[in-house]
Design a protein around this ligand. Structure first.
Ligand code: SAH
Length: 366
């Protein structure tokens, strides 16, 4: 057996002292622990990293989002100052491509102050290096609530799936929270809380309430979604959220662990593997809209990118490609972003937008 990671030692210490640990608490420690968390200690993206995201697949993704932001800014009446806020900017690739695409619109370009919400010092350094050439004022914040008020356009690609998810399992006595214990053999293992969660059924949509026994239900704390909705309702502007997930709340386990581009066991190597779970867009929308923003979508990523003109953009890039191989790369990237098979992102990923009620439907969501 491998040596336990420093985070595993800490998790075992806590379970021994305080009893089984809820899945959400485990996931939060694995990802965000300031000393040993997955995101706080490394750059997980890219070819040699653990996973690859849409902006890392092709420049087209960020460019189209840049044009989307410019169109929203116009819808807002082209304010002289606009905060562009990105939640979880990764390597800064999306924002770099987006802002490069809008250099031809000096009015918008000059209005921008960039605000990046990031917990990883390693990624923050990468973002700074990648984006400083754009000349826009930039600042970093630990959470959206720390970004100064003012009209904003908010972008979040693969951010919400990285926020901790809680799980409950249905038994004949009700829904029991799923927890992590140390089993008889001394390994970390899933277990259930002894008592059901009181009145949990009342909070659930009918389809979930009536699920068969042993069903797993996942939910997130709504704070991040409510902060987003509150900000839009109070300050104006719009948000674009793209992530993998489902349009409607349902039962089923989606928590998954990935390391080095391969699926892993979520309970081995805590802190050294990525943990994510699908975004429940219905629950996200409910939380954002409860704060006074209007929700649009979700649409399949394929539909959204096609409405923004990804095929035209791909054709243009291909026409300018330096070689046959470069043109083929563009075709492959396009297929990956809007394709529908299991390895592509077109249907697995969804796009939703949340806007101030005065704005109307954002581009792509009309
Ligand atoms: N948007 C990027 C990166 C996605 S990975 C892309 O599409 O390539 C998730 C990003 O969110 C990383 O930058 C990670 O460090 C950041 N992140 C994860 N949890 C966070 C949290 N709780 N607060 C702020 N940033 C977080």
């Amino acid at each position: 057996m491998d040596e336990p990671s420093p985070l595993e030692i800490e998790i075992r210490r806590r379970i021994t002292a305080a009893g089984p640990m809820p899945v959400g608490e485990y996931m939060a420690l694995c990802l965000d622990d300031p000393e040993h968390g997955y995101y706080t200690t490394r750059d997980p993206l890219g070819a040699r990293g653990d996973f690859i995201t849409a902006p890392e697949i092709s420049q087209m993704f960020g460019e189209l989002i840049g044009l989307w932001m410019a169109a929203v800014w116009k819808q807002m009446g082209a304010p002289e100052n606009i905060r562009i806020i990105e939640l979880g900017p990764g390597r800064g690739t999306l924002m770099n491509d987006a802002l490069r695409a809008v250099q031809v619109m000096p009015g918008f370009r000059d209005a921008i102050a960039l605000h990046l919400v990031e917990i990883s010092p390693a990624l923050e350094a990468l973002q700074e290096r990648k984006l400083e050439h754009l000349g826009a004022p930039m600042s970093w914040h630990p959470a959206l609530a720390n970004v100064p008020t003012g009209p904003a356009i908010i972008i979040a690609n693969e951010f919400f799936d990285a926020l901790p998810v809680n799980q409950a399992v249905k038994t004949e006595h009700g829904w029991h929270e799923r927890e992590i214990e140390i089993d008889m053999a001394g390994n970390l293992a899933f277990t259930l809380a002894n008592d059901p969660i009181a009145h949990f059924d009342m909070l659930l949509p009918a389809a979930v309430r009536e699920a068969p026994e042993r069903s797993i239900f996942e939910w997130r704390d709504g704070r991040a979604a409510m902060d987003l909705g509150q900000r839009i309702a109070d300050n104006g502007g719009a948000a674009l959220v793209i992530d993998y997930g489902h349009a409607e709340t349902f039962v089923g386990e989606t928590l998954q662990a990935v390391g080095q581009h391969a699926y892993a066991d979520p309970l081995t190597a805590p802190g050294n593997i990525d943990l994510t779970a699908h975004v429940d867009f219905q629950a996200l929308g409910r939380a954002v809209e409860a704060m006074g923003a209007n929700g649009y979508g979700p649409l399949d990523q394929s539909e959204f990118l096609q409405r923004l003109g990804i095929e035209t953009r791909a054709a243009k890039l291909k026409a300018a490609a330096a070689s046959r191989a470069a043109a083929t790369e563009i075709d492959l990237a396009l297929a990956r972003l809007i394709g529908h098979d299991r390895t592509a992102m077109g249907t697995l990923f969804k796009a939703a937008s949340y806007a101030h009620p005065s704005l109307g439907a954002p581009p792509g969501f009309e």
